[in-house]
Structures are given as C-alpha cells and as structure tokens.
Design a protein around this ligand. Structure first.
Ligand code: AMP
Length: 183
C-alpha cells in the first residue's frame, strides 16, 4: 500500500519475482480492461480519468476472480488493493473462505512534493490517462481520505504493517523490504 507514485508497482513486481508468487494489481487490470474496450473497462474509465476510485464491487470482482485461479497455499502480492475499508472487509470475506489470511501489509511512504514530481513526470510508456497535475492532486487526496484509514484498520486488527521509506533507489528500497520480510 502507499500513495500514488510511491513505487508500489515497481517494488511489488520485484518482490513478486523474488518470492516467486503472482502479483495482482487492480490498476493494471483496469487499464487492461479499458484497453480491450470491455464493458467493465468502459465503466471504470471515467473514474480513473478523474482520479477517483472505481466502485468497490468492481475491483472486488476482479480480485475474487484472480484469487479463484490461485492456489490457497501459494501466496500472492496485492498491489493497489484494497484502497477502502469496504474493500478490505470484502477481501477478508474472500480470504476467510480460502482459510488463507494476509501475512502483512507493506506501506510505502514518500513526501507529497516528490509524489507530484514523479507522477507528472511519467513518460507515457504506461498508457496512463490520469497523470494531469490536477488529477494527480485528486488521487493523492483520495489516498489520504480513503486508503490511509485502511492501513490503520489493518494495524488495529493486529496485522503486521511494514513501513518503508520510498525515497531511496529502487534497489535500496527493495533490499530493505526483503530484509524486513525475512524477519
Ligand atoms: P493505480 O495504477 O494503482 O495507481 O490505479 C490507477 C487508478 O485505477 C486509480 O486512480 C483508480 O481510479 C483505479 N483503481 C486501481 N485500484 C483500485 C482500487 N483498489 N479501488 C478503486 N479504484 C482503483
């Protein structure tokens, strides 16, 4: 978990490769659905372009489907999900059924000025339409209002929350995460 631009995708991908587990990014799934022009993609587009969250039941459906195809014993990384407490509760219900709870939360932190710099400087190779400065500011606000409470919700439930500084180099951050996770 972490604000937009914290490096969740980059770090999550490296970690998934290292742990040899699948990674499920709802942001990527939604961008794919949009690129394919599916009904779901069309439904998600206006929310994404405005920097708002796509409705909970849409992303919960995507995650339920992805986990259905994943063995309960194998492990996985969720990237950019859950983003609301309702999503976290929905996820809990899915995981209860699998009898495979979460091990922990990785929380990447980066100061706001750096987030804006990173997000408005992306090179377009990710096929994103939500990098306008105004949209970026809205995405950060939505994160503060909706998603940060999820981290506190997990912490209150007693889940392990690993807080990581998202400022260093990609390699430094990744090795710090691996060290923490191995403890
Ligand atoms: P991301 O690539 O994770 O930054 O996600 C890009 C956009 O997809 C977000 O700004 C939201 O509009 C949408 N999105 C991704 N994941 C979620 C989620 N878990 N809940 C709601 N909307 C999401």
């Amino acid at each position: 978990m972490g604000p937009p631009g914290a490096g969740k995708g980059t770090q999550g991908e490296l970690l998934a490769r290292h742990l040899e587990v699948p990674r499920f990014s709802t942001g990527e799934m939604l961008r794919e659905a949009r690129a394919q022009g599916s009904e779901l993609g069309r439904r998600a587009q206006s929310y994404m372009d405005a920097g708002e969250l796509v409705p909970d039941e849409v992303v919960l459906g995507l995650i339920a489907e992805a986990l259905d195809d994943t063995p309960p014993t194998g492990g996985f990384i969720l990237d950019g999900f859950p983003r609301t407490v309702a999503q976290a509760q929905g996820l809990d219900a899915i995981l209860d059924e699998r009898e495979a709870p979460l091990d922990g939360v990785v929380w990447l932190n980066v100061p706001e000025e750096e987030l804006v710099r990173r997000l408005t400087g992306r090179d377009g190779s990710e096929n994103r339409t939500d990098d306008e400065p105004e949209t970026v500011r809205r995405r950060i606000q939505v994160y503060r209002d909706e998603t940060e409470p999820v981290v506190r919700w997990y912490a209150r439930k007693g889940l392990r929350v690993i807080e990581a500084d998202g400022m260093g180099s990609i390699e430094e951050i990744q090795s710090g995460l691996r060290r923490e996770l191995a403890r």
